[in-house]
Design a protein around this ligand. Structure first.
Ligand code: NAG
Ligand code: NAG
Ligand code: NAG
Ligand code: NAG
Ligand code: NAG
Ligand code: NAG
Length: 404
């Protein structure tokens, strides 16, 4: 064979399969400064979003510093950010260039994938010691790890976020976004480090994930529908919550939230709904399914708290105006660290409606001198369809103050 032909074949043999794949933008080709990828990532992003065929930005294995990243779309074609290494924030929260923004923000993009098996390390051990927001109203706001706003049809998979300075992940105003094999890790005593905060959106899925943190594993805000949380292990942490809600009159409805096949480990709650009393909002929270949940030494495995008033920062005078309805609870089993294993503390003006309770088998493992597990039922219209241990809404249940 002539050499010309050979070269031709080799080039074709290499280029053809490549052209079927995404163009790869390796950040090492851009301006990295002593392991700091702040500029390089932005350079690669600006070029990659301009590609008219699928593109990929690669952050290879290794440890990289990222001061902050604001990564806006739109992109002309599907874009993947493949993080194989560890991306670390600066330790000092006061050094973040733009204090109004999060550490990493991805906005206005559709068909985006974040993948690669890498880690976003918020490097927050120092920042937590400076966080006094629980007692100081003018405290410095600490940035969250990752913020996704106005993104559609996107996938975040095989990513770890570790030691965030505040909420780990914020997903707001988006549609059809999946978190798969996502891992959040922060110590149980880290302040305000919610795992994922999700709100204002449609079609969020969190699946096959592990969340260990100091605050809520997953918290849900208003104007939210079609959420599926499945095969998630939560704990330590404060559980999976809807709310708190009610304080803002503009708040919009929540519907079709499913939590299925999840395990809660030593968490401060399993499923919790929180609405404020003496608060103006009148939204509805409807069509909820909490099924196949395994509780391991959980405080408050299921709690609907419509008198949510931590630190007595509100008045209990008037009931919550938020209506909870159409709830299915089935196959909840395991152990509870608190005696009241199911708590329905619903609103006097808007009782919880159409609550269907199937199989429940929860054992109290706290102070043995207090007796067996109980349930608490206030203003709840329920039907039971399965076998419950403890029996539902037994009259002997003595009300206790609600947890903060
Ligand atoms: C994006 O592409 C357009 C033309 O398609 C070009 O004018 C522009 O300079 C490109 N921007 C970047 C950042 O490469
Ligand atoms: C996401 O979807 C919404 C609703 O269809 C649309 O208004 C918005 O422009 C989309 N955003 C992007 C970045 O594609
Ligand atoms: C939802 O997003 C995924 C990408 O994560 C995409 O493959 C799928 O087609 C989207 N679904 C719809 C209905 O747009
Ligand atoms: C339930 O979750 C466990 C642990 O994540 C997983 O191994 C199992 O396959 C899941 N079951 C179903 C039916 O999805
Ligand atoms: C059970 O949970 C309580 C409260 O969170 C905690 O103090 C205790 O150590 C846990 N027990 C075990 C065996 O983990
Ligand atoms: C620094 C900052 O803006 N933090 C925000 C993180 O997300 C939560 C929940 O949306 C906001 O309350 C914080 O203000």
């Amino acid at each position: 064979m002539e050499q010309k032909h050979l070269i031709f074949l080799v080039i074709f043999g290499v280029l053809l399969p490549l052209s079927a794949h995404a163009a790869v933008f390796d950040i090492r080709k851009y301006e990295i400064q002593k392991g700091d990828i702040t500029i390089a990532l932005l350079q690669a992003w600006m070029i990659a979003i301009n590609e008219t065929t699928p593109a990929k930005i690669l952050i290879p294995k290794g440890e990289w510093t990222l001061k902050q990243a604001y990564l806006p779309g739109p992109s002309k074609a599907p874009l993947e950010l493949q993080v194989e290494g560890t991306v670390k924030a600066l330790a000092d929260p006061y050094q973040i260039p733009n204090k109004e923004r999060e550490w990493v923000t991805i906005n206005y993009i559709s068909g985006f994938t974040l993948s690669g098996g890498g880690t976003f390390d918020g490097n927050a051990k120092l920042a937590w010691t400076k966080n006094d927001c629980h007692k100081n109203k003018n405290c410095m706001k600490l940035p969250i790890n990752l913020s996704f706003n106005f993104i559609n049809n996107s996938l975040i998979k095989d990513i770890t976020t570790k030691d965030s300075k505040n909420f780990h992940v914020n997903l707001i105003s988006s549609r059809n976004v999946t978190f798969q094999r996502f891992r959040v890790s922060a110590p149980a005593d880290s302040p305000n480090t919610d795992g994922l905060h999700i709100a204002r959106g449609v079609g969020y899925t969190i699946i096959d994930s592990i969340i260990e943190t100091g605050d809520d594993c997953i918290s849900m805000g208003d104007e939210l529908s079609d959420v599926l949380i499945k095969n998630v292990r939560c704990g330590p942490g404060h559980g999976i919550s809807i709310g708190s809600l009610g304080k803002n009159i503009q708040e919009k409805d929540i519907a079709r939230i499913t939590v299925d096949n999840c395990t809660f480990l030593n968490s401060d709650n399993g499923i919790r709904i929180k609405t404020w009393p003496s608060a103006p909002a009148t939204l509805t929270i409807t069509d909820l399914k909490f099924t196949n949940l395994n509780m391991v030494n959980v405080s408050n495995p299921i709690i609907f708290d419509q008198q949510y008033c931590p630190y007595n920062l509100c008045s209990l005078d008037k009931p919550s105006l938020i209506q909870i309805s159409k709830v299915k609870i089935d196959n909840i089993k395991g152990t509870s660290f608190t005696q009241e294993v199911l708590i329905f503390s619903c609103s006097t003006t808007k009782p919880c409606q159409d609550v269907q309770i199937g199989n429940v088998d929860l054992k109290y493992i706290g102070d043995p001198t207090l007796g067996e597990a109980t349930t608490k039922c206030q203003n709840v219209k329920y039907v039971s369809t399965g076998k419950q241990n403890p029996p539902l809404c037994a009259k002997t249940s003595t009300p206790k103050p609600l947890p903060k």
